[in-house]
Design a binder for this molecule. Structure first.
Ligand code: DHB
Ligand code: MG
Length: 229
């Protein structure tokens, strides 16, 4: 009898991680610290972290914006994409999570040009807009999914043509598109917001977008990947 697809996804993800990634003390320490502090297990996987890094570095990103830091696991992958003189700003609602992320980044030796800003991300984005912030050229959107449409509206104003915008968790095992499918974490209102997010990506002339489904130890989910044109 063949294994359940979820088992095959998890086992294959682990094999891919094992083949591609050497043990990484900074990332492992960040994961341990997050678990010890009782944070939800919502960080990206290693192969997703590397996808972010490859996209950011391949696109020559010098200024990265992350919305939703958690303990800084994806932040570490993204900071490592930056060239000398690059900068990263990560926005986190929970001040304790923000402090833990700062600690994890410092332990990883990644502080130069890196800021974790605590507070409501919409307020931080509006403050960046009001201050005439230099445009970002890579954005990772991974905070409260119910506000993705509002985040996108600001992000489109804060990015230059050529920038990449990547959003995590846009599939949720299909629950985003089918109310019969259970989502243990997100609410139907979040799914509705994610459908509006897709509609905005499809209709806004400032962006060309696709979405890819992901499977692995974290189940079935997906990334939206958009180019600011
Ligand atoms: C979950 C995963 C995420 O990547 C996230 O940002 C939020 C929730 C989850 O597994 O439920
Ligand atoms: Mg996520």
């Amino acid at each position: 009898m063949s294994a359940a697809p979820e088992d095959a996804w998890a086992a294959t993800g682990d094999r891919i991680d094992g083949l591609l990634f050497a043990p990484d003390p900074a990332l492992e320490q960040a994961q341990r610290a997050a678990a010890a502090a009782g944070l939800p297990d919502h960080a990206v996987s290693a192969n997703e972290g590397m996808l972010l890094q490859v996209l950011a570095r391949g696109g020559g990103s010098r200024a990265i914006l992350e919305i939703g830091t958690l303990a800084g696991y994806s932040t570490i992958w993204l900071v490592r994409a930056l060239p000398p003189g690059g900068r990263l700003l990560s926005l986190e609602l929970n001040p304790d999570y923000a402090e833990l992320a700062r600690w994890n980044l410092a332990a990883a030796g990644l502080t130069e040009g890196v800021e974790v800003r605590a507070g409501d991300a919409l307020d931080s984005l509006d403050a960046l807009l009001a201050a005439g912030s230099e445009p970002f050229d890579f954005v990772f959107l991974d905070a409260d999914k119910g506000r993705n449409p509002e985040y996108l509206e600001r992000v489109l104003e804060l990015t230059r043509p050529g920038a990449l915008i990547v959003a995590d968790n846009v599939v949720r095992a299909g629950a985003v598109f089918d109310p019969e499918i259970e989502d243990p974490v997100l609410e139907p209102s979040d799914h509705e917001a994610l459908r509006r997010f897709f509609a905005l990506l499809a209709s806004d002339p400032r962006v060309e977008a696709t979405a890819i489904q992901t499977v692995g130890r974290k189940g079935h989910d997906g990334f939206a990947i958009a180019l600011r044109v």
